[in-house]
Design a protein around this ligand. Structure first.
Ligand SMILES: [Zn+2]
Length: 496
């Protein structure tokens, strides 16, 4: 306030400024509390809010190229700009080819609110909004308004807040430069329900979780859909080595595909890529997907399909079982003994769960390093060298984690999420099971994870009805007693 008085020496002007802009009295200026100072506005719903509200949102990563602004994001963007005068929009949609990493902007599911850390008024506006988003409601539900609007996470001034992990609070966000550090905008990523505009802030009715489009078997990207999806996407799993898609990819290993290319070679690559119509036309949409693929796989980002990209794609869609060469040669990875799964919080059990407390950095060795390298797609030699470190730093940056080059629990958790969503990026490893008993519905743990991986279904470590159905189908196909119980014969047929 004193700063302001000095800056505006004319008392009338000061009075005028204060009257017109009550926001000056709040935020970064440590103004004394005063009844004469109205608080900054907060968004007002146009419907009556229900008592209930949305559950804590799941983290659902961008998995498609769908650069169309979603209606809930358009409304959210307007809401912020209408509530806070002088703020603006730095956009909702980013072209898939222009984004530096996978982002909800490529799905029209994120909004960049144009405000600046160097503008005290706007800092106060951001503080008012985020305090309102994260405040508990009358029943003590945390981040109530963020949930009602479907905010999944937000990034501002070198910090990130994940509404899917409220307990972690604002966390440091590794970056360099004003825009990357989010000092000239606040980034908001929305849940699918928020993006579709069906959350309680807009409708007065509590929205169920919506997991968005799912990736099909053997593919990297999901086909966009406007249909809500109430269940988490199953792990897509690799294609069988005999798949015609793999055969087509292997046909002409030296052919380079680029924008403008047409024909069956383009169809084959589009089929493997997923997320777009396989029309044989290598246009800008396909180029965008290829760029995204290259970024996700830590390949040189060229937008063209070179023999290196093709080789990586063949390995990817086959779960590491096929190579680019002329003869299909299964390449079994070295055997891995899964450590016992740590039983902690209920929920899906990740094969990486045993390592969550293990801090790995350059110089580390062993099976935890192998597990890390598999998810990062670097040579899984169990030796944490500079390449592994570089890949880990890229991974951490891409997942809004502190880019330390060392594993933390948060990093492991993000790695586990990636592994679960694209479990076919790692080769299905033969697994040695210690238990020799029967596995049936109700079982859980590492042996179930191994079974599920062998069946190419979601490896959540819990033997439920879906796993049972998959076992029965497998048993039928192998002329075994189809009882849904995994005994010695079924185990042998599964190579377990
Ligand atoms: Zn953004």
């Amino acid at each position: 306030m004193r700063t302001l008085s000095r800056a505006r020496r004319t008392p009338q002007l000061l009075a005028l400024a204060l009257a017109a802009s009550p926001v000056f009295a709040l935020g970064g200026f440590a103004a004394p509390a005063s009844a004469a100072t109205p608080p900054l506005p907060v968004p007002v719903p146009s419907v009556e809010l229900p008592v209930g509200l949305e559950p804590m949102p799941p983290y659902v990563a961008a998995n498609s190229c769908d650069p169309v602004a979603k209606p809930g994001v358009v409304r959210f963007a307007a809401l912020l700009q209408n509530t806070y005068a002088g703020t603006g929009s730095s956009g909702i949609v980013r072209d898939c080819a222009s984004e530096a990493s996978t982002s909800e902007h490529t799905q029209g599911r994120a909004f960049d609110w144009r405000v600046s850390t160097s503008n005290p008024v706007q800092v106060a506006q951001v503080n008012a909004l985020t305090a309102w988003l994260l405040a508990p409601d009358k029943l003590g539900n945390k981040a109530a308004n963020a949930r009602r609007l479907g905010v999944m996470y937000m990034i501002w001034n070198k910090q990130i807040f994940g509404v899917y992990d409220v307990a972690a609070g604002w966390r440091p966000y590794a970056c360099s430069g004003v825009t990357a550090c989010h000092q000239d905008h606040v980034h908001f990523s929305m849940t699918w329900a928020g993006a579709r505009g069906v959350t309680s802030f807009w409708t007065g009715r509590v929205a169920a979780d919506d997991y968005g489009p799912c990736v099909a078997q053997g593919q990297m990207f999901a086909v966009p859909t406007s249909t809500p999806n109430r269940v988490p996407c199953p792990a897509a799993g690799p294609l069988p080595i005999t798949s015609p898609v793999i055969a087509a990819l292997r046909l002409s290993p030296a052919t380079v595909l680029a924008q403008g290319s047409t024909g069956p070679g383009v169809v084959a690559f589009q089929r493997a890529l997923g997320g777009t119509a396989a029309d044989g036309q290598f246009g800008s949409a396909t180029r965008g997907m290829v760029l995204l693929y290259e970024r996700r796989r830590y390949l040189p980002v060229t937008g063209t399909v070179t023999s290196a990209v093709r080789a990586d794609m063949i390995s990817f869609v086959s779960g590491g079982m096929a190579q680019i060469g002329p003869v299909p040669t299964p390449v079994p990875p070295p055997p891995v003994v899964l450590p016992p799964v740590v039983v902690g919080k209920p929920g899906p059990v990740s094969p990486l769960a045993p390592y969550f407390k293990v801090v790995l950095s350059q110089g580390s060795r062993g099976t935890a390093v192998v597990a890390l390298q598999r998810v990062l797609h670097v040579g899984a030699d169990g030796d944490f060298g500079p390449l592994t470190r570089a890949a880990l730093v890229r991974f951490q940056s891409a997942h809004h984690l502190p880019a330390t080059g060392a594993t933390s629990t948060a990093t492991w958790s993000a790695l586990a999420a990636v592994l679960a969503s694209t479990s076919h990026v790692t080769a299905p490893a033969p697994v040695v099971i210690h238990s020799s008993g029967l596995l049936q519905q109700g079982a859980s743990g590492a042996a179930v994870v191994a079974l599920q991986r062998a069946l190419h279904i979601t490896a959540d470590g819990a033997f439920g009805p879906v796993t049972r159905a998959a076992v029965i189908a497998f048993q039928r196909a192998h002329r075994l007693t189809a009882d849904g119980v995994v005994g010695p014969a079924t185990r042998a047929a599964l190579n377990l």
